[in-house]
Write a protein that binds this ligand. Sequence first.
Ligand SMILES: C[S@@+](CC[C@H](N)C(=O)[O-])C[C@H]1O[C@@H](n2cnc3c(N)ncnc32)[C@H](O)[C@@H]1O
Length: 290
Amino acid sequence: MARTEPETRARPAGPTASRDELERIEIDLLLEGIFRRYGFDFREYAPASLKRRLWRRIHAEGLTSVSALQERVLHDSAVMERLLLDLSINVTAMYRDPSFYAAFRERVVPLLRTYPFVRVWNAGCSTGEEVYSLAILLAEEDLYDKTRIYATDINESVLERARAGIFPLDKMREYTQNYIAAGGKRSFSEYYVANHEAATFSRSLVDNVVFAQHNLVSDQSFNEFHVVMCRNVMIYFDKPLQDRVHRLFYDSLATFGVLALGHKETIRFSPYEERYEELDSEERLYRKVR
Ligand SMILES: C[S@@+](CC[C@H](N)C(=O)[O-])C[C@H]1O[C@@H](n2cnc3c(N)ncnc32)[C@H](O)[C@@H]1O
């Protein structure tokens, strides 16, 4: 929901309020309640996808209105946990969009070689597939030993899965193809042990990874990074929130640090556009220059 100016927010919908207007009020109240009760701030998430996901949870809980969901969420933290999973959309994959990793190898790796120590922030890492992909890439480029990856997400339960590094075995064929397309240099199966239904990735890949809960909406910067990688997260935010998160990333990057956004996001039209130079226009890799 877009955060509106106080006078707009206070304006009553009136006696002829449409169903849509009433639903907007209900959603605003629900999001306000979630924020005040749990501290999760979804008030500036893009409305269309938010609404779809709220209704998914309403039906799954056997309810019929947004207000009924509000009642449940405020009084039952288990419902909030389930709603959080719906709202935080955790879809991910290893070497998702392989061309992104190929461009990272070609354009970012040479820059990282110039540093004695490298700090990477993978924001919105979900269940960790992106983190393991990056760790493998850095290891193959002999950079992993001098790198620390801070992998964060709003959602503690996906972070637990990320820490474990156990992914479905039936995904490995797809991930192997992605790995090869991304310029992988070895045999992908060297990185995991397959048993029953699962592929357990080598613990050495997370030796230099710190997993931590961090909320891009409300938490501050916590370090100075050489790379900030955040893909498929800001698409769920409205424009003012995207701009605030761009500010957070800008403040979190060292000068000449790299912002890695992937296909779906851009710094174009953000107030920070002028402060970066483009390293790769397709894969949206930018370098902070001022
Ligand atoms: C679609 S996944 C993207 C995962 C991965 N970056 C990728 O591209 O495959 C979006 C992730 O963003 C996280 N997320 C959503 N809102 C967030 C916030 N305010 N702060 C931090 N993470 C957030 C979600 O929990 C989810 O794991």
